[in-house]
Design a protein around this ligand. Structure first.
Ligand code: SF4
Length: 448
């Protein structure tokens, strides 16, 4: 995936957000769990406290019922004792349903077992003794056998109450520890996310802001006419890289246009100008300027504004060739296609100092006279030059006057007719010069 500036910013933001969110959720979970546990323990402890009191009350009611029955043998006292038994068992079950932790289940089971296996048995024996009418023996059994076990049972219930209080304290301590941990984690989170945010900001600033400042500085220099700079971020795959490439291409383009302007200022109207797009107003303006200058020169030539000598009867024809040829050259530059068939390599060629021969100065040599024993015609009829001629025939074009237009115009009948027509027009426009054999106007631009 392309590492764009937008992607980098998004990832940086999401990273900080994700870390902050995860840490916050962890703290919340920790606190929630701790509070839940605390709430559960406190609730259970409170209920067990209350139930312990009820157990004590049940035991008290049972003992009181026993004593009442011992003293009065009143059946109502006996029923009060039975009801206290039932209430005791019901309270024990209530405590078990709370599912207490730690030592409490064992202590509750112990209290219930004492009630079920020891006290109940003694109670039944005492009640049997009372029913048999031996109250004294029943009192002895009550004091000797019943009361010690009941005291032990009360001690167990006290242990339940103590254990309940201890568990509550432990839960409070655990909650306190959780709160302390959450507080520490929160501070770590604040510092960590802050540090991470700072680090991300510094990285982004270094990664994004520095190149932007560099581009702004470069553009400022360019705005003052200094096109020598070249940005160094072309290799980046993000928007900064795209901007760098675009700016560098703009510099290349502007330098190219400056070179064209220099060439025009130096009198070279053959300079090649190819607008890059239909929206290339600068290139189109330069192209139009060159075309206009060529046109002006041609017009001046027609009107005799620029002086050159075309003496003799052939002067009008030579002037017509030059004027017509310049129009063809301008059209070639404008349309970028051949305006005539070039006979370079057929009616004209080039021989260089070291013996190489070519169809023209624009194309590479086709051979060397040394390889033909300095026999030009042998080379000129070689297979290589024939290949070159076939290649040129395919529509080769350029703006070279002496290599292309002069050797070729005479062999392009359509253009030759136009040149003769122009010659006739010149003669009609400048009869005085013809009569006086004076100067005719022709272009002075040299294109070869
Ligand atoms: S058109 Fe120009 S480049 Fe092509 S063969 Fe003729 S002179 Fe050479």
């Amino acid at each position: 995936m392309k590492a764009t500036v937008r992607l980098k910013l998004t990832l940086g933001f999401l990273t900080v957000l994700a870390l902050g969110s995860v840490a916050s959720m962890a703290i919340l979970a920790l606190l929630s769990r701790s509070l839940g546990e605390l709430e559960r323990v406190v609730t259970v402890s409170d209920v067990i406290d209350r139930k312990s009191l009820e157990l004590r009350f049940d035991m008290l009611a049972r003992s009181d019922g026993m004593r009442g029955f011992l003293i009065s043998t009143n059946r109502a006292e006996y029923e009060r004792k039975r009801q206290a038994d039932a209430d005791f068992l019901a309270d024990v079950e209530d405590i078990k349903r709370l599912a207490p932790t730690g030592e409490i289940p064992r202590l509750v089971a112990q209290a219930a077992e004492m009630d079920e296996k020891a006290l109940e048995k003694i109670e039944q024996e005492i009640l049997g003794t009372i029913a048999a009418g031996d109250l004294e023996l029943a009192k002895v059994a009550y004091n000797r056998d019943y009361l010690p076990i009941r005291r032990k049972q009360e001690a167990v219930i006290s242990d339940i109450e103590k254990e309940t209080g201890r568990e509550k304290q432990m839960a409070l301590a655990a909650a306190e520890r959780s709160y302390a941990m959450a507080r520490t984690t929160t501070w770590v989170l604040v510092v960590g996310v802050g540090g991470l945010g700072l680090a991300v900001s510094l990285i982004l600033a270094r990664n994004l802001a520095r190149p932007l400042v560099r581009v702004a500085e470069s553009m400022r220099r360019a705005a003052q006419g200094d096109l020598s700079d070249s940005l160094e971020f072309d290799e980046r795959s993000d928007e900064i890289g795209e901007m760098s490439r675009s700016v560098n291409e703009t510099y290349v383009y502007l330098k190219e246009m400056a070179g064209v302007a220099d060439a025009i200022a130096g009198g070279n109207l053959e300079v090649s100008i190819a607008p890059r797009t239909t929206a290339d107003s600068f290139g189109k303006a330069l192209e139009a300027m060159v075309r206009k200058l060529s046109q002006m020169i041609d017009d001046d030539s027609r009107n005799g504004a620029i002086k050159n000598h075309y003496a003799g009867d052939g002067g009008y024809f030579k002037a017509a060739i030059d004027i017509y040829m310049h129009e063809l050259i301008a059209r070639t530059e404008e349309q970028h296609k051949a305006q005539l068939r070039c006979f370079g390599g057929t009616t004209g060629g080039v021989i260089y100092d070291e013996g190489t021969v070519s169809s023209c100065e624009n194309l590479s040599p086709v051979g060397n006279l040394r390889d033909y024993d300095w026999n030009f015609w042998a080379l000129w009829n070689s297979p290589e030059i024939k290949v070159r001629r076939a290649q040129v025939k395919q529509g080769c074009f350029c703006t070279h006057e002496s290599n292309c237009y002069y050797p070729s115009l005479a062999f392009n009948p359509k253009h030759l007719i136009q040149i003769k027509k122009l010659e006739w027009q010149l003669k009609r426009a400048h009869p005085a010069e013809l009569a006086a054999n004076e100067d005719l106007a022709v272009p002075t631009t040299h294109r070869s």
